[in-house]
Design a binder for this molecule. Structure first.
Ligand code: PRP
Length: 178
C-alpha cells in the first residue's frame, strides 16, 4: 500500500514546453549538418520528454529506446545497472542523443553513456529534463539540462511514483499527508 499523498505543482506544462523548445533549438545548432540524429530514450521515464523533444527538432531523426534498471547490492557506491532492453539499431559512426528524464545518483546515465560509447558513435551527447545535483554519487553531467531541482520526490511528465502519475502534464512534488 502506498502512503497517502498529494501532488503540488512544481514546474508547469507551459514552462516545460518553453524550455523544451529552447533545448531543441540548441540541439539543432549543435547537430546542424548531421545526416541523421539517433535519439535514444531511456525507458520508461523519458517517454513523454522524448515525444515532445523530437517534435520540436527540425532534423532528420531516428528514435530508439533502451531500458536500464539500477539496483543496489547493499552498498550504494557499488550500484549496478542492468540493460533490460537494448537498442534496435546500430549506432557505430552515427550521431546520438541520449534522453533522460532525471539524473539522480548518476549511475544510470553514466553506465548508459559508457555502454553506448563503446559502440563508437561519431558523436554522443546527453540531455536530461531534470537534474538533482545534490544526490550525485558518480560524476556525470548531461550535455543539456532542462531544470536543476532540489532533492524532492517528483512525479509527472513521464516520472512515476510506484508506477503512478507518469501521465501528469506537469512536474509535481509528492507531499505525504499521513
Ligand atoms: C529513474 C529515472 C532515471 C534514473 C535516474 O529510472 O528515469 O533513468 O532512475 O536515477 P540515477 O541517476 O540514480 O541512476 P527508474 O529506474 O526509476 O525507471 P523508469 O524510468 O522506468 O521509471
Amino acid at each position: 500500500m502506498t502512503r497517502p499523498y498529494v501532488i503540488d505543482q512544481m514546474i508547469s506544462a507551459k514552462t516545460i514546453a518553453a524550455r523544451v523548445e529552447d533545448l531543441a533549438s540548441e540541439i539543432e545548432t549543435a547537430f546542424a549538418g548531421t545526416d541523421k540524429l539517433i535519439v535514444v530514450g531511456l525507458l520508461r521515464g523519458s517517454f513523454v520528454f522524448i515525444g515532445d523533444l523530437v517534435r520540436e527538432l527540425n532534423l532528420n531523426v531516428e528514435v530508439d529506446f533502451l531500458e536500464a534498471s539500477s539496483y543496489g547490492d547493499g552498498m550504494e557506491s557499488s550500484r549496478e545497472v542492468r540493460i533490460l532492453k537494448d537498442l534496435r539499431g546500430e549506432i557505430g559512426g552515427r550521431d546520438v542523443l541520449v534522453v533522460e528524464d532525471i539524473v539522480d545518483t548518476g549511475f544510470t546515465l553514466s553506465h548508459v553513456v559508457s555502454l553506448l560509447k563503446s559502440r563508437e558513435p561519431r558523436r554522443l551527447e546527453t540531455i536530461a529534463l531534470l537534474d538533482k545535483p545534490s544526490r550525485r554519487e558518480v560524476e556525470v553531467k548531461a550535455t543539456w539540462t532542462g531544470f536543476e531541482i532540489p532533492d524532492e520526490f517528483v512525479v509527472g511528465y513521464g516520472i512515476d511514483f510506484a508506477q503512478r502519475n507518469r501521465n501528469l502534464p506537469f512536474i509535481g512534488k509528492v507531499r505525504f499527508t499521513d
